[in-house]
Design a protein around this ligand. Structure first.
Ligand SMILES: Cc1cc2nc3c(=O)[nH]c(=O)nc-3n(C[C@H](O)[C@H](O)[C@H](O)COP(=O)(O)OP(=O)(O)OC[C@H]3O[C@@H](n4cnc5c(N)ncnc54)[C@H](O)[C@@H]3O)c2cc1C
Length: 383
């Protein structure tokens, strides 16, 4: 009698889903495991490529990898929207199908919710939405004078250093057009320091870096609403000519309806990335992994990737009847481009004892090359 082939169903073809799918396939053949990835998009893009589209050195088309390429690795790809996750009956419903599984990995990321801030959709652009990146590029290139406001609208948000990196890239674009002296760049954050997750020392270094380019940081600014050319905070207001917002991030309704997270929260996990349901795991931005009472693992691709790898190895072990659980190691690095053809790297170890450890390297051309290579590696090894 032939042995039953396990089915690993992966919801989301982003950092977490693709790292897990590839890790499992690299260890187990299609006669040992069937792998299906579901995503409503048919492409993957490394998040920071959006900043290069804003800068104008990239287009959308030359920044993506196609999820249909997964077929080459005998990984099934279903290009449909996930509508329902029924954990009691081990069933996932998409637009046209019902799928069952032996192992489920939930990796559907976070949703951007600009509609949660009254007036934002009408009066601002979304710094994190690839559909708005080209428009942002054009607006910055056309700007002759005035004020650009970069505003983080709530915490947590994806890749904490990215908006600061965006401000430095925008600064470089204005230097190129010769308009930097007539355009002010103001940065508004609800946090008291630039990068709370990286601690006060690195926050001060990031503050010094943006200040050195005359980007003005405003701390503890909680946005209530947006009016034409005006940000309204809980305490005060500020004018702008161009608003680039990092909108609130929320968990998808599919997750709320499955009972995996409470309203305004993400799926709580520990380092094994298990959910309370048997053989159901959650990784990446869709989760909250607390490190201390006040610090959680930041929402970033490197961490989603690390969690995807850990879960993949636990599943491989189960399929091989070894039952060894791999824990997410909490290690990662994030590049910060300076806008002057260099980049620095924040190296992070979230689970170092007694506190998470972070280190910011010098800004060098080598780190900028490593950033380019980071993207190349993911696209070539995953797709
Ligand atoms: C401007 C910018 C710069 C960034 N820079 C960095 C960086 O330098 N380093 C870093 O580590 N991270 C960076 N990030 C963050 C990084 O992109 C995310 O943290 C990462 O993508 C999270 O991975 P994930 O697998 O959890 O989710 P995602 O990569 O978001 O993948 C989730 C997938 O699920 C799919 N999906 C969601 N809902 C459904 C549904 N109902 N049905 C079907 N499919 C669905 C989505 O289409 C998506 O493809 C950056 C992000 C941005 C916006």
């Amino acid at each position: 009698m032939s042995e039953k082939i396990s089915h690993v169903l992966i919801l989301g073809g982003g950092f977490g889903g693709l790292s897990a799918a590839n890790e499992i396939r690299n260890s187990l053949s299609s006669s040992q495991v069937k792998i299906t990835v579901i995503d409503k998009k048919n492409w993957f893009m490394v998040g920071f490529a959006k900043l290069w589209i804003i800068k104008g050195t990239r287009t959308f088309e030359n920044s993506i990898g196609l999820l249909t390429n997964l077929a080459k690795k005998e990984i099934d790809f279903l290009n449909e929207e996930i509508l329902q996750i029924d954990l009691e009956n081990k069933n996932v419903r998409t637009t046209s199908k019902d799928l069952t599984y032996d192992f489920l990995i939930i990796a559907i990321g976070t949703m951007l919710a600009p509609q949660k801030i009254p007036g934002l959709v009408e009066n601002g652009l979304n710094l994190y939405d690839y559909k708005e990146s080209e428009k942002i590029h054009t607006k910055i290139k056309e700007l002759k004078s005035g004020t650009i406001a970069i505003s983080i609208m709530s915490m947590p948000y994806m890749c904490p250093p990215a908006p600061f990196e965006a401000s430095l890239i925008i600064d470089s674009m204005l230097r190129e057009t010769g308009m930097r002296d007539s355009v002010e760049i103001h940065f508004y954050s609800p946090a008291p320091i630039t990068l709370p997750a990286a601690g006060p020392e690195i926050s001060k270094q990031i503050l010094d870096l943006i200040n050195s380019e005359k980007i003005i940081f405003h701390e503890s600014c909680k946005v209530k609403s947006v009016e034409p050319n005006k940000l309204i905070f809980q305490d005060g207001e500020a004018n702008f000519d161009l608003l680039l917002a990092v909108p609130p991030h929320v968990v998808s309704n599919v997750i709320l309806k499955a009972g995996l997270a409470q309203e305004n929260n993400f799926i709580p996990i520990t380092r094994d990335c298990k959910t309370p349901y048997y053989n159901v795991y959650a990784v990446g931005d869709v989760t909250t992994l607390k490190v201390t009472d006040t610090i959680a693992v930041p929402k970033a691709g490197v961490f989603a990737e690390g969690e995807g790898l850990a879960v993949a190895r636990s599943i491989i072990s189960k399929i091989q009847s070894k039952e060894e659980t791999e824990l997410f190691d909490g290690k990662g690095g994030c590049f910060i481009e300076s806008g002057r053809d260099t980049a620095s790297l924040i190296e992070i170890d979230m689970f170092s004892v007694p506190n998470p450890s972070t280190n910011l390297t010098n800004s060098t051309p080598e780190h900028l090359n490593e950033k380019l290579q980071f993207e190349k590696d993911r696209l070539s090894k995953w797709l």
